[in-house]
Design a protein around this ligand. Structure first.
Ligand code: PGA
Ligand code: ZN
Length: 425
């Protein structure tokens, strides 16, 4: 029998230099594995609770309480269980916490254990993590999926909460859709990134980067950001709208004030209808095929207008809107909000619940995009999750900074070792 022998967590640092949890699981067989949890900055209000210590150490951002919860409260409950039974273990964690937002033990504590257990189980089964995730999906939902390599969405120009500049839209991403495989997708993206850097230098704009590795120059407005990226695509001998497309994450909740979308960079405020027209014009003018959080997370009327007007010609992704939460997402599906969902496992706090949300998306023809957080670590679990569940898309920052490229590098290895897997188009 395979069983968990011990669990131990410590506080480590994330890519912003702030505390997060690293959790190690040892099995009776001697197999051991560890995992780390990410952390957001432009978080959705209904996300599961990330337990922080408060007080003065680390400006209140310590996670020692969550670490203690793992070592002293969670560990005795999980030891001796079979790590391959992810569903049972996650359910025990959820029951032990007993709150709707995991605020007793902390979603960060619960997720750290959930992730580390999955890694240990995969090693014990002598299969790659992505194959183990495919098995868990089958176990939880009773159905199977076609694994594939996700199309990357690379955030190469940063604004909003992730950068200290004057751009309102948080992320300007490239999607190398015309690439024949993942390796080519990464080469194109790296070339575009470097050509963008040269262009910024030529224009005497800053080449400092934001939290996700994308450049964060001060620009006139959002459209200037798009135009610079189009230039970089062309200078890479690629064709915008054929080889490479653009995606935006507005993170609109961050600039929604008094029922107005306040574009400070552009010096104007727009209501939901006008902001929809603004986004529609961008979609009609530029090769933009995906917009995330185009409306505030509570502006359901705005979301309805947006979905009705441009949902047929553009992927509309709910991030802060759905917070990877099955119940909230189901309401959104019933209300016809958006047509895709961003998946961040720390928004909900366990692998099982994350998989259940993806299953719900599959059942209702919503696309799932597996995503990093702006605060990351070298942990690459999301790469395996994207492959094993055949999600088709992954968003994990610029092709720069180890916390971001670790995920892409893991995907390059998965491609190398699995000739049967195709890049999702
Ligand atoms: P966050 O942002 O990780 O800072 O919440 C990422 C996103 O909005 O997609
Ligand atoms: Zn987002």
């Amino acid at each position: 029998m395979t069983w968990i022998k011990s669990i131990k967590a410590i506080q480590v640092l994330d890519s912003r230099g702030l505390p997060t949890i690293s959790c190690n699981v040892v099995l009776g067989s001697g197999v051991e594995a560890s995992a780390m949890v990410p952390s957001g900055a432009s978080t959705g209000a209904k996300e599961a609770l990330e337990l922080r210590d408060g007080g003065s150490p680390y400006l209140g951002k310590g996670v020692e309480k969550a670490v203690d919860n793992i070592n002293n409260i969670i560990s005795p409950l999980i030891v001796k269980l079979d790590p391959r039974d992810q569903k049972l273990i996650d359910q025990k964690l959820i029951d032990l916490d007993g709150t709707h937002d995991k605020s007793k033990l902390g979603a960060n504590a619960i997720l750290a254990v959930s992730l580390a257990v999955s890694h240990a189980a995969a090693i014990d089964k002598k299969i790659p993590l992505h194959k183990h995730f495919a098995d868990i999906y089958k176990d939880i939902t009773g159905s199977t999926l076609e694994p594939n390599l996700p199309m990357p969405m690379l955030n190469i120009l940063n604004g909003g909460e992730h950068a200290d500049n004057n751009i309102d839209i948080q992320e300007f991403m490239i999607i190398p859709k015309g690439a024949i495989n993942f390796k080519e997708a990464m080469r194109w993206s790296s070339e575009i990134y470097w050509n963008l850097k040269s262009i910024l230098k030529k224009e005497k704009l800053s080449t400092a980067v934001g939290d996700e590795g994308g450049f964060a120059p001060n620009l006139q407005n959002n459209e200037e950001a798009i135009k610079l990226i189009l230039r970089a695509i062309e200078e890479s001998n690629l064709i915008p709208g054929k080889d490479v497309f653009i995606a935006l994450d507005c993170a609109a909740s961050e600039f929604y004030k008094n029922k107005q979308y306040s574009l400070s960079g552009e010096g104007r405020s727009l209501g939901s209808e006008d902001f929809t027209d603004y986004l529609e014009k961008l979609v009609d003018t530029y090769p933009i095929i995906s917009i995330e959080d185009g409306m505030d997370e509570n502006d359901y009327e705005g979301w309805k207008i947006l979905t009705k007007k441009i949902g047929h010609k553009c992927q509309l992704v709910g991030d802060d809107l759905f917070v990877t939460n099955k119940k909230i997402f189901k309401n959104g599906i019933d209300e016809n909000l958006a047509n895709s969902i961003l998946i961040k496992f720390n928004q909900i706090g366990s692998i099982t619940e994350t998989i259940e949300t993806i299953h719900l998306a599959n059942k209702h023809n919503y696309k799932s995009i597996i995503s990093h957080r702006s605060g990351e670590t070298e942990d690459t679990t999301i790469s395996d999750l994207a492959v094993g569940l055949g999600a088709g898309q992954i968003k994990t920052g610029a092709p720069c900074r180890s916390d971001r490229v670790a995920k892409y590098n893991r995907l390059l290895w998965i491609e190398e070792e699995n000739e049967d897997l195709n890049l999702s188009k």
